[in-house]
Design a protein around this ligand. Sequence first.
Ligand code: UD1
Ligand code: CA
Length: 453
Amino acid sequence: MNIVILAAGTGKRMRSALPKVLHPLAGRPLLSHVLDTARTLNPTRLIVVVGHGADAVKQAVGAPDVQFALQEQQLGTGHAVQQALPLVDPSVPTLVLYGDVPLTRASTLKRLADAAGHGGYGVLTVTLDDPTGYGRIVRNAAGKMVRIVEQKDATPEQLKIAEINTGIVALPTAKLQTWLAALKNDNAQGEFYLTDVVELAIEAGIEIETTQPDEEWETLGVNSKQQLAELERIHQGNVADELLVAGVTLADPARIDVRGTLECGRDVSIDVNCVFEGNVKLADNVTIGANCVIRNATIGEGTRIDAFSHIEGATVGARTAIGPYARLRPGAQLSDEVHIGNFVEVKNAVLGHGSKANHLSYVGDSDVGARVNIGAGTITCNYDGANKFRTIIEDDVFVGSDTQLVAPVRVGRGVTIAAGTTVWKDVEADRLVLNDKTQISKTGYVRPTKKKS
Ligand code: UD1
Ligand code: CA
């Protein structure tokens, strides 16, 4: 089938310079969620109707499988679909979706398309406690749907109808050209309504099939920041449910945010207020403490990430201990049984098996071997203001506290660096290295005191 996604509207109530369909839900544009769902249905053509902010929308979601139709003026939903007609395959049905309705399940759309069949007409409807604002589904005495009437055009009697048009429809493509050309805009909004096609279809002898979604939220759209926030919570609740069903322990399913994909092994446990972004993989028995942010990272089996750690673009081995308050930046590659403690930053650095940096250090652009102990306050000086250089620390090195390693520099296997050493020349294996410093201690020093006022 063809899938046409309407995304030309202005979204005035968002009060934003960003086109409405580009506002993020779970870290990605609303429209990207709709495109993802559409793709699972293997459409023959995938067409997005753009208008308001067309260039920005194209830029954001452009892909080889997506075609764009421009609707220069937003003259109504019928007019919007008309703009896509030159791009559709007339031999297959057309499914119309909305760029601002992000949570519809593929299974619901499949059901709608199946109900419509090849030459039929399917409308996704839902019965609401408060149908205000929506187009109402008008049925005849036999219960057959006969038309859709918009809120602004409805009689008081029609306004009492609780079954509404979600807007999502499956249409017979071959007839669309004629039907859309015949639409009139003599209604309360002066628009060409896609909903008026229903009556033209019935005149042509086609029966309208209605289908309902399993969940009401599948049909909710975004017109304001309130609605966006509501849908974000619904989506995050769904993701949390999926994790629980898969056996993940969540301290509070209402306090986790997944903006991307989170893959978990067995017996993973996640404390409150964690944010996962991009692609994150947690192996078996991983424990994540409260308030961690983890983006595009792989965490090995049995590893424990303690509270307030920030991890991005890192690969972490098995049985490691990270944090609390640790920061792993892109290119951090930690082997098994590594320990990274509080206020330690690791960037573009490889740490070998069992190495430890437990307190207050910066390890950047470095190759650190196995069983290396990095003392508190150690800094790799990797940057001369213009260029970055690597620090190489071989296996079994002991780095004393408050050491500076001025790169490029290599420290041989088994070296001991005394506390407070600045290492700016390569050190051969098994040496003790220290700087020549004198400790001076004087008598008779008087500390300044504050004057009492
Ligand atoms: C539409 C339906 C209404 C339904 C409701 C569900 C019509 C006439 N009415 O009303 O029956 O209950 O959706 O939310 O179809 N759009 C364009 N170009 C246009 C006009 C709209 O791309 O010229 C897009 C908008 O960006 C939006 C969607 O189509 O994503 C719906 O448009 P909107 O104006 O919100 O329609 P409603 O009045 O809500
Ligand atoms: Ca709407």
